[in-house]
Design a protein around this ligand. Structure first.
Ligand SMILES: [Zn+2]
Ligand SMILES: [Zn+2]
Length: 283
């Protein structure tokens, strides 16, 4: 039974194990490039073609984005590291589709001994007569590879994921792609750089001395709400509530006046006297 045409838009194309996106300090994908290890070539994702010869990579990238300058020696590093030659290495057998190159939607006929693909039998017969390839032909799907000469290679699309089978979740892909450069929860807490900001809160009221040298992570225990198993959780909560209730009267009656009174702030003396009072209640 003849193969049906496919729609390339139906398939989810993702980089596979033959695709190199990044190599020791060089992020190829930033420049719209990947290396395919099967073809042993750099593929431009912008136009879906191998860049040949590889020494032409900087000029090729500039053709798409004239303002983009590749790092010095970029192409030489890739040529040496991946042994890139002046032409692509055509795969001998049927391979998974090459990431970055479009799928041909029409099935093609392939010369069975050498796996070159042709649009129709006429093309195949000319090839088989010219190069004396005998051993028949078969139908399959292909990709057009623009090496020094164009060639259609046969690819196996059965491992490709169809878009309809995959739950696309760009938000979580985006989130997973972001690695925080600094985990603020692990940084040691400091008083604000500008001492006029919040300085009364941190210094005058003595908060910073309690947390100095700790990170937010270290203090997690102290600020999380207590559980039933915590030893003194309920007692402390109750004391805190009574303190907050009672201190209002002290503020109003005894100690503060003016602005401090209005914002409900207290001096250390009030806290201290209440602390002594609370201790006498517990024991
Ligand atoms: Zn290109
Ligand atoms: Zn052949």
């Amino acid at each position: 039974m003849p193969l049906e045409p496919i729609s390339k838009a139906d398939y989810l194309r993702l980089p596979d194990s033959s695709t190199v996106l990044e190599t020791e300090g060089l992020r190829l994908s930033t420049y719209g490039l990947v290396i395919n290890k099967e073809l042993r070539a750099v593929i431009c994702l912008e136009c879906g073609n191998p860049i040949l010869p590889p020494t032409a990579i900087p000029q090729h990238v500039k053709r798409h984005v004239s303002a983009l300058d590749l790092p010095a020696g970029f192409e030489d590093t890739l040529i040496q590291r991946f042994l890139l030659g002046p032409n692509v290495c055509y795969p001998k057998g049927i391979i998974d589709p090459i990431f970055g190159i479009e799928l041909l939607e029409q099935p093609h006929v392939f010369c069975t001994p050498c796996n070159r693909g042709y649009r129709d039998l006429k093309g195949l017969q000319m090839h088989q007569k010219d190069v004396k390839c005998s051993g028949g032909y078969h139908e399959g799907y292909g990709q057009r590879i623009s090496g020094l000469k164009h060639r259609i290679i046969e690819v196996n699309i059965s491992n490709l994921e169809k878009k309809t089978n995959v739950q696309l979740d760009p938000t979580s892909w985006y989130r997973q792609g972001i690695v925080p450069s600094r985990d603020y929860a692990k940084l040691v807490i400091h008083s604000p750089e500008n001492s006029s900001n919040l300085s009364s809160f941190f210094h005058k009221d003595g908060w910073i001395s309690h947390v100095a040298g700790n990170s937010a992570d270290d203090l997690y225990e102290a600020r999380c709400s207590h559980t039933d198993e915590d030893a003194h959780g309920e007692t402390l909560r109750d004391l805190a509530r009574r303190y907050l209730d009672d201190i209002q009267d002290d503020i109003q009656d005894n100690v503060n006046f003016g602005l401090l009174k209005d914002i409900g702030s207290v001096t250390l003396y009030v806290i201290y006297s209440y602390y002594i009072f609370s201790l006498s209640q517990i024991t």
